[in-house]
Ligand binder design. Structure first.
Ligand SMILES: [Zn+2]
Length: 478
């Protein structure tokens, strides 16, 4: 039976100005995690969030995470852990969000004060953190309040984990999640994260996959110092020549990765998966618009989305130590470091990929017959994540989206990574759902970040509706 939600929805509507004011208060606290001098504001934001939750009757703990690695004078901001409801008969849902924000300076080109929520006549609410991730975090808080004011029983026990260092590598969070998996988070039946975006602007989505990323550098060195080509050109093996040749062997202009064996690691495309792509609200024009050009590799949307989400890609990023300034300097760099990364997908295991990549580059270097020194180094590696969109956590969210927005959500993946997703899945062993509130045009990390009023208000309804559906969805995969 579909949950009774009308009273909740109308309560959200009548509280919408109050909820916007709550977001305004949050945006006004410049909780920029990357700037040391803003750290007190990040802490203040965590405390403010904790007090909002407390005033609604949640049990709240501000967990200290100790000192910031490499900056021992600086305390990390606390993780806000909270619990709302302790009813053994109800399911328990764990939600994650972050209360810190990206840096924002008016002189970067903001049209409004980034720390003053400014609503324009189209209902676009501008302000740093509006969509990433204060709006969604407050969505959970607002859902609790609207239930109380409407006199509706809260459908689940809600566990909350809100961190203050997400925009700075989530320092300290993995350890906390692992330590609390069997303690604070022990009751969780499923996990929901609202910290990504719709694929477009009109159709909501549920996200079930993310690519991983392995970042490499290739170091080539020879001469003891930089040389002049007029003196040494034609007499010495040049590191830059070796490096350009090596980097040129990695990938073709159509994106094909040339490392033997790599493509064989990729999970084959099944008919069932392929069918998910057909109805997704995305066009080649959407791609061209976001690219700012028509230089796409593939002719159709399905292959383009697969290229972004479910196939690996290899990108060349730069060369450290190379001459990159304007002009015509005749230098021969003594040491150059080429940077590239591979976005990895199921079933590519990090160790296997590394083995293939390093073996291939070692062979390519040997073929050059150069006397220079060379090595390939793995800088960092993060695994991909994919969940089953047939899990009850997803089917419940799908019903909530249909109820609130009147359409079936797109089932999407993302080409980038949100590392905490995999951490929650591995630590708790539970299904993780990404349920976004904002849309593709929200400019999360850019100037003029915004959240549409409609996405915020309907998003509060959606988060609440999701909790009702997930409370009663049969716990089976369909
Ligand atoms: Zn975020």
């Amino acid at each position: 039976m579909a949950p009774q939600l009308d009273a909740y929805f109308s309560q959200v509507d009548s509280l919408s100005e109050h909820f916007i004011n709550r977001l305004r208060e949050a945006v006004a606290i410049p909780s920029v995690s990357a700037e040391d001098e803003r750290r007190p504001d990040v802490v203040k934001m965590g405390e403010w969030l904790g007090s909002q939750l407390k005033s609604l009757g949640a049990e709240v703990e501000l967990r200290p995470l100790g000192k910031q690695p490499g900056k021992e004078h600086l305390d990390l901001p606390p993780v806000v852990l909270a619990r709302y409801g302790r009813d053994a008969k109800k399911r328990t849902i764990l939600v994650y969000g972050h209360y810190d924000v990206q840096p924002a300076l008016p002189e970067d080109g903001w049209a409004t004060d980034p720390f003053k929520l400014t609503v324009d006549d189209k209902g676009r609410m501008y302000g740093r953190g509006s969509t990433d991730d204060k709006g969604p975090v407050l969505g959970w808080v607002n859902a609790i309040e609207a239930h109380q004011k409407a006199g509706i029983d809260f459908p689940v026990n809600l566990l909350m984990c809100f961190e203050g260092m997400e925009e700075y590598g989530s320092e300290g969070l993995d350890d906390l999640i692992e330590a609390e998996a069997k303690k604070y988070f022990a009751d969780a039946d499923a996990v929901c994260i609202s910290d990504n975006y719709w694929l477009g602007t009109e159709k909501p989505c549920l996200t079930y996959g993310l690519r991983g990323c392995i970042y490499y550098s290739i170091e080539v060195s020879g001469p003891g110092q930089d040389l002049h080509s007029g003196v040494f050109g034609g007499t010495a093996h040049e590191p830059m020549t070796d490096l350009v040749k090596l980097m040129g062997t990695l990938v073709d202009v159509d994106g094909t990765i040339r490392v033997p064996g790599l493509n064989e690691l990729v999970a084959p495309l099944t008919d069932k998966e392929k069918a998910l792509y057909k109805d997704i609200a995305f066009t080649m024009d959407n791609l061209y618009e976001s690219l700012g050009s028509t230089t796409g590799i593939h002719a159709d949307k399905e292959r383009t989305l697969m290229g972004r989400w479910r196939f690996p890609s290899l990108s060349l990023h730069g060369v450290e130590g190379a001459f990159s300034a304007p002009g015509a300097k005749t230098v021969i760099p003594a040491k150059v470091i080429g940077k590239f990364s591979i976005r990895i997908v199921p079933d590519m295991e990090i160790d296997e990929v590394n083995k293939l990549v390093i073996k291939y580059l070692d062979e390519q270097f040997a073929k050059l017959g150069s006397k220079n020194s060379y090595k390939t180094v793995v800088q960092h590696a993060g695994k991909w994540w994919v969940a089953s969109p047939a899990h009850w956590n997803f089917t419940a969210a799908g019903k909530a989206v249909e109820r609130v927005w009147g359409v079936k959500p797109d089932l999407t993946r993302e080409g980038g990574s949100i590392p905490v997703t995999l951490t929650f899945e591995q630590a708790t062993g539970k299904n993780v759902l990404l349920l976004p509130m904002g849309s593709s045009t929200d400019a999360a990390h850019s100037i003029n970040e915004k959240l549409d009023r409609r996405n915020y208000v309907e998003g509060i309804k959606l988060l609440g509706a999701y909790l009702h559906y997930v409370a009663e969805e049969p716990m089976v995969e369909q």
